[in-house]
Design a protein around this ligand. Structure first.
Ligand SMILES: Nc1ncnc2c1ncn2[C@@H]1O[C@H](COP(=O)(O)OP(=O)(O)OP(=O)(O)O)[C@@H](O)[C@H]1O
Ligand SMILES: [Zn+2]
Ligand SMILES: [Zn+2]
Length: 986
C-alpha cells in the first residue's frame, strides 16, 4: 500500500472516530444538568483555590477545595482520579469561553483535588476569592499525536526509520542477518518456542513479530529480547498501549538490572514504578538542588508577592520576572533530562507517550536503535507510528486473535481503522516475519484445547505445571464436583430463561443466567474458592450491570467485567454468561470470535459457561465451544438450578448426584460421594448415548448401568408412582414423606407425578434434612406464601415452548409448571378479590399493590417514599400512606406498573420507571448510558470498553431490607386473614 494513501485514509478515519467521540460527549453533556453531572461524579462544582505551587517542569499545581464558609470540607463523591484530564471553568458555564485551562489530576483526597496545569504565558488566571467548576474532559491529545505522526510518516525521508518504513509498506522485503550469532540466553527457563522467538527477533534486520497466545509468556520473551539487545549495546524505546502493560515491563526489566527510564505523567504510574520515572530520576540528579532553588523562588514570589502587588504596571513586571525564572528552570531541566535520557538503555512509555512533544524531543532523531511495541494487536496502527519513526528496527509483540483496539465509530472500524499493524503485516508477509510462542503456562489443557484448535492451528501445548491443575488443588479448597472439573456447561436451552427484551440492540441482559451464575458462585465459594480468584464475565454491559447488582454486595472481591475489560488478565475460575437466548437464534456481537476467545482463555483451572445452547449454537464458532465442552467437560441443564431460582416450584435439592451437585450448593460439599441416588439425574442432555458416556461422571461409579437414560427415568418414575398410588389408597395416611436421600431428579419426578394427580407437595426441613412431602388435595387452598408470588414472574418471561424441543422431560415439566403457575395466579386473584371484602380497603390495596410488584419480580428498589418509610422505622402506617399516594405509572410504553413508591428515576431521560424497566438499556436510554460508561473508561486512560458505574442511588442493602419488610408484612396479613376466616367459620 502506498504510504500516502494509507496516511490520507487513516487520517480520515481518525477524524470520523474523533467526531463520534465528541458527539457522544456532547449528547451526554447537553442532556444533563450540572447538578446531575456532579452526582454522577464527573464534575465538581463551586470549588475554591486552596493553594498553588510549581511542580516539575514548571507546571502549576493547583489544589482545589470545597467552599469553606458553608462548613463542608469534604468533596462530594466523585470519579476523579490521578491522570484524568480535566478542565477548570468559571462557575456558571461549561463552554470554551468560560474555560480557564486544562490540566491533569495529580492527587485526589477526601478534602481536596490537585491539578497540574501546563504553564501558560501569564500564569493561570485564578484568584483565591472566586469559585470554580472542574470537569472531566475527553482527551484529544492522543488524536493530535497520532495525526502528527501520520503526517511525519508521509513526509519522511532519510531518517533512521526509512528502511523500516519501506518494509512495513511493502516497498522492500524484510531481511535478516545471514549468519545469526549463537544466543547465550540470560533466562535459562525459556522454552523452545520462546528461545526461537528471541533468536529470530535478534537476527531480523527490520521487523520481527512475536505472536503470543494467552499465557505463553509473551512478556518473558520480550524482556529477554530487550536484555539481549542491551547486551549488544543497542538503545531501545519500548512501548505498549496501556500504562499497566508499560509498568509491567518496567518492573520486569528493572528486576533484571536493566537501566530503565519510564516516561509519563507521574500521576499515571504505579507507585512501585515511580522511582524509575523521569521525574524521580531527575529529582536525584546533580542539577536537582539548583532546580529546587529556582522552583522555591518562583513559589515564594508567587504566593507572597502577588497578593501585595496591586499596581498594574508592577503586576506586569512581576509576571515577567516569574516568566524569566521559569525559563531558567526549563533550560536547566532540559539539560538534566537529556543527560538522563541518554544514559538509559531502555526508555519506556505508552505508544502516545513516545511523542515528540514530550521529553523525547531532547534526544537526537537517531538516538534509538530498536523500537519494541508490546500489545501491538490492541493498538491503533497510527499510535504505533509515533514511536516507529524513531528506529531502524522494530519488534512487535501481541496476539491478533484477541480483541482489536476499541473503536467508537462503527464505520471507521469497518473501513479498516481496527486493523492493527501486527495483523496487517501478517497479511502481507505471512509467517516469514512471525514466530509464535506455543507453550502456555495458564490453562488446564481441557480449557486450552478448544482455543488452540479454533484459534491457533492446534499448535498450543500446556506446560506440565498447569496441564492438569484444578480448583481442588488450591490450598483450602475442598474436592466437590465444581472444583474437580475444568469445564462446566450449564445449558439453559428449553428452560425459558430468555434474554430481556430491550429496545437497545447493543445491550442485552438475561436475569435467569444471572440467577444461575449466582448459584454457581455460591457453590464455588462454599467449596473454599476465594471470590478474588473468580471472574464473572459477560459480553454485554447490561448483563455485567445486572450481575453486579446481584453479586457485588455479597462478594466485593469478585471481579465482574465485560470481556473487553478482562483482556490481558487471568483468574483461577471464570464464569461466563453468554446472555443470548431467543427463538430467532440471534447471537449478535457474540459472533466476534476474538471476544469469545478472550473470555475463555482467562481461566486457569475452571471455566463455567452459562448459555442457551440452542440459541448460541447457531454460530459456528460458539458451536465449536459447546461441542468441545460437551465432549471434554461436564454438562448440566439449568433445570437443575431452577428449583433454587423459583422457590418451591421444585423441591430443594440437597443430596448430591452428579447432576444436582450445584443445585444445592450449600450442602453439596459435605455430602459428596455418600448417599448416591440410585438414578443419576441427567436431564436435558441433547445427545444421549455416545456423549453421555464420554462425560459420564468419574465420581459416581454407581451409575455405570447398562440402562439408557430414558429407561432409567422410566423405571424410577414407575417406582415412585407406585408409592404414590399406594399412599392414595390408604386413607389413614394423610401425607407421604419421601426420604431425604432423594436426588433432585427423583424429586422432579415426585413433582411431576403429584402435579399430574393433583396432589400438593412441599419440601420441609433445612439442608441435609430437607425432604419432599406430598399430601391429599386440599379443598380450599391456604393463602399463598408471599415468596410464591414471585413465581408469577416466571409466567411472563417464559416463552412458549420451543418449536423443536431438545430436552423432552424438562419441557414437560415446564408446561406443568406453567399450568400450575396459571392456576396459582387465578387463585391469587380470587383471593385478592375476596380480601378486598374482608380486609379494610387500604390494606387490600396494598396487598394488590404488593402482589403486582412482587409478581413482576421487581427487586424492590426503594426509590423514595416506601424506602423512606420503611427505612425510618417500623411504622407500617407510613408505608400505607406512601402506597396510597401511588398514582403514577412506569414510563415504559407497554408497562402499567406503578412507580411512585418503588420506581426509579432515569437520569438520562428524567422519567420514572418501574423496577423492570428502570435500567437505561431496557427503556431506550442505552446509548446515553453507554456513552457515559465509555467516557468514564476513556478517562481512566484505558483503551478498552467496559461497563458503567453502579448506580449509587440503589443501595442493595436497602433493597434487601425493603424486600424482607414487605415479605414479612405480607405474611402477617396473610395469617391475619387466616385467623379471621377461621373465626368466621367457627
Ligand atoms: N519458560 C517458562 N517457564 C516457566 N514459566 C514460564 C515461562 N515463560 C512464562 N512463564 C510463566 O507464564 C506466566 C505468564 O508469563 P508472562 O508474564 O511472561 O506472560 P504475559 O506475556 O504477561 O502473558 P500472556 O502470555 O498472556 O500475554 C508467568 O507466570 C510466567 O512465570
Ligand atoms: Zn431513561
Ligand atoms: Zn415498567
Amino acid at each position: 500500500m502506498e504510504i500516502e494513501q494509507f496516511v490520507s485514509k487513516t487520517l480520515e478515519l481518525l477524524q470520523e472516530e474523533r467526531e463520534a467521540e465528541i458527539e457522544e460527549t456532547r449528547v451526554w453533556q447537553e442532556n444533563i444538568a450540572l447538578k446531575d453531572l456532579q452526582s454522577k461524579g464527573v464534575c465538581l462544582l463551586k470549588l475554591q483555590i486552596g493553594s498553588q505551587s510549581t511542580g516539575l517542569y514548571g507546571r502549576t499545581v493547583v489544589t482545589l477545595e470545597p467552599r469553606k464558609h458553608i462548613g463542608i470540607s469534604v468533596l462530594p463523591s466523585n470519579s476523579f482520579g490521578p491522570g484524568d484530564i480535566v478542565g477548570l471553568y468559571e462557575t456558571g458555564g461549561f463552554s470554551t469561553a468560560s474555560q480557564i485551562g486544562t490540566g491533569i489530576v495529580t492527587r485526589v483526597s477526601q478534602a481536596s483535588i490537585s491539578v497540574a496545569f501546563e504553564d501558560s504565558q501569564d500564569g493561570l488566571g485564578v484568584d483565591s476569592d472566586s469559585l470554580y467548576n472542574l470537569f472531566k474532559l475527553a482527551n484529544d491529545v492522543t488524536y493530535k499525536r497520532m495525526k502528527h505522526a501520520l503526517n511525519a510518516l508521509n513526509g519522511y525521508s532519510n531518517g533512521p526509520a526509512a528502511n523500516l518504513i519501506n518494509v512495513l509498506f511493502g516497498y522492500s522485503q524484510p531481511g535478516s542477518q545471514s549468519q545469526p550469532a549463537e544466543v547465550a540466553f540470560l533466562n535459562s527457563d525459556l522454552d523452545d518456542s520462546q528461545r526461537e522467538a528471541v533468536s529470530f527477533a535478534l537476527s531480523q534486520r527490520e521487523v520481527a513479530v512475536i505472536h503470543g497466545p494467552p499465557g505463553t509468556g509473551k512478556t518473558t520473551t520480550v524482556v529477554e529480547i530487550i536484555l539481549q539487545a542491551v547486551k549488544q549495546g543497542q538503545k531501545i524505546l519500548c512501548c505498549a498501549s496501556s500504562n499497566v502493560a508499560v509498568d509491567n515491563l518496567v518492573e520486569r526489566l528493572a528486576r533484571c538490572h536493566a537501566k530503565v527510564l519510564r516516561l509519563g505523567h507521574p500521576a499515571r504510574l504505579l507507585e512501585s514504578i515511580q522511582k524509575h520515572s523521569l521525574d524521580a530520576v531527575l529529582a536525584h540528579s546533580d542539577n536537582t538542588n539548583i532546580i529546587a532553588d529556582i522552583r522555591k523562588d518562583i513559589d515564594k514570589a508567587f504566593v507572597s508577592e502577588m497578593k501585595k502587588v496591586h499596581d498594574k504596571g508592577e503586576r506586569f513586571n512581576f509576571k515577567r520576572e516569574v516568566g524569566e525564572l521559569r525559563k531558567e528552570l526549563r533550560t536547566r531541566e532540559a539539560a538534566a533530562i537529556t543527560q538522563i535520557l541518554k544514559s538509559a538503555d531502555v526508555v519506556l512509555a505508552t505508544n502516545t507517550g513516545a511523542c515528540d512533544d514530550g521529553p523525547l524531543k531532547y534526544l537526537p532523531a537517531d538516538h534509538f536503535d530498536w523500537v519494541v511495541i508490546d500489545e501491538c494487536a490492541q493498538a491503533l496502527e497510527s499510535s504505533c507510528w509515533i514511536a516507529l519513526l524513531r528506529a531502524r528496527k522494530c519488534i512487535l509483540a501481541g496476539d491478533y486473535k484477541q480483541l482489536p483496539p476499541t473503536i467508537k465509530s462503527q464505520t471507521a472500524a469497518v473501513k479498516g481503522l481496527s486493523v492493527s499493524l501486527m495483523e496487517r503485516l501478517i497479511q502481507k508477509y505471512g509467517d516469514s516475519v512471525v514466530r509464535m510462542l506455543t507453550v502456555q503456562y495458564r490453562m488446564n489443557s481441557a480449557i486450552m484445547e478448544w482455543a488452540s484448535k479454533e484459534m491457533y492451528q492446534g499448535r498450543l501445548t500446556a506446560h506440565s505445571s498447569v496441564e492438569r491443575h484444578l480448583l481442588k488443588d488450591l490450598p483450602g479448597v475442598s474436592c466437590v464436583e465444581e472444583t474437580s472439573t475444568p469445564l462446566l456447561l450449564i445449558d439453559t436451552a428449553g428452560c425459558g430463561l430468555s434474554e430481556m427484551e430491550v429496545t437497545d440492540e447493543q445491550s442485552k441482559g438475561n436475569q435467569g443466567e444471572v440467577d444461575i451464575v449466582e448459584l454457581h458462585i455460591k457453590a464455588l465459594t462454599e467449596a473454599g474458592i476465594k471470590a478474588r480468584d473468580i471472574a464473572v464475565i459477560a459480553p454485554y454491559n447490561l448483563q455485567v450491570e445486572l450481575l453486579r447488582q446481584k453479586l457485588s454486595t455479597r462478594h466485593p472481591e469478585l471481579e465482574i467485567k465485560s470481556v473487553d475489560g478482562f483482556q490481558g488478565r487471568e483468574k483461577e475460575a471464570v464464569v461466563l454468561s453468554l446472555v443470548r437466548s431467543n427463538r430467532k437464534g440471534e447471537v449478535g456481537f457474540l459472533a466476534e470470535d476474538r471476544r469469545i476467545n478472550v473470555a475463555v482463555t482467562r481461566a486457569r483451572r475452571h471455566l463455567a459457561v452459562v448459555c442457551d445452547t440452542q440459541t448460541v449454537q447457531n454460530h459456528a464458532f460458539l458451536k465449536s465451544l459447546i461441542d468441545h465442552m460437551t465432549e471434554c467437560g461436564e454438562v448440566r441443564t439449568a433445570f437443575e438450578y431452577l428449583q433454587d431460582i423459583v422457590p418451591q416450584n421444585y423441591t430443594r435439592d440437597h443430596k448430591d448426584t452428579k447432576a444436582s451437585a450445584s443445585a444445592s450448593s450449600s450442602s453439596s460439599t459435605k455430602q459428596k460421594a455418600k448417599n448416591q441416588a440410585p438414578v443419576k439425574a441427567k436431564q436435558g442432555q441433547k445427545k444421549p448415548g455416545k456423549e453421555d458416556a464420554a462425560r459420564s461422571d468419574k465420581h459416581t461409579k454407581s451409575c455405570s448401568s447398562a440402562l439408557t437414560e430414558e429407561e432409567r427415568t422410566k423405571n424410577r418414575s414407575a417406582e415412585i408412582r407406585e408409592q404414590v398410588e399406594r399412599f392414595l389408597k390408604d386413607q389413614n395416611q394423610s401425607e407421604l414423606q419421601f426420604p431425604s436421600s432423594f436426588s433432585s431428579h427423583d424429586r422432579l419426578l415426585v413433582h411431576q407425578i403429584s402435579e399430574e394427580l393433583g396432589l400438593s407437595h412441599e419440601s420441609k426441613g433445612e439442608g441435609k434434612d430437607r425432604c419432599i412431602i406430598i399430601s391429599r388435595p386440599l379443598k380450599s387452598k391456604p393463602v399463598e406464601e408471599p415468596t410464591q408470588l414471585e413465581a408469577v414472574q416466571e409466567e411472563e418471561t417464559v416463552p412458549e415452548p420451543q418449536e423443536k424441543p431438545l430436552c423432552q422431560p424438562p419441557l414437560d415439566l415446564k408446561s406443568l409448571h406453567l399450568e400450575r403457575m396459571k392456576r396459582e395466579q387465578q387463585k391469587r386473584e380470587e383471593n385478592a378479590q375476596k380480601n378486598v371484602k374482608t380486609l379494610c380497603g387500604v390494606s387490600a390495596t396494598i396487598y394488590l399493590f404488593i402482589v403486582s410488584l412482587t409478581g413482576k419480580n421487581c427487586t424492590k428498589a426503594g426509590a423514595c417514599d416506601i424506602a423512606a418509610a420503611a427505612g425510618a422505622d417500623d411504622n407500617f402506617d407510613a408505608l400505607i400512606t406512601a402506597v396510597m399516594k401511588a398514582d403514577s405509572v412506569c414510563s415504559f410504553v407497554k408497562c402499567k406498573a406503578s412507580v411512585l413508591t418503588l420506581g426509579q428515576l432515569c437520569l438520562f431521560c428524567n422519567r420514572q420507571y418501574c423496577l423492570s424497566h428502570h435500567i437505561p438499556e431496557v427503556h431506550g436510554c442505552g446509548d446515553k448510558a453507554k456513552s457515559h460508561a465509555r467516557m468514564r473508561i476513556s478517562k481512566e486512560g484505558v483503551l478498552y470498553a467496559g461497563s458503567g458505574k453502579k448506580d449509587k442511588s440503589m443501595d442493595p442493602n436497602k433493597k434487601a431490607y425493603l424486600q424482607r419488610k414487605l415479605d414479612s408484612k405480607l405474611k402477617d396479613m396473610a395469617s391475619q386473614r387466616k385467623t379471621k376466616s377461621k373465626d368466621k367459620d367457627n
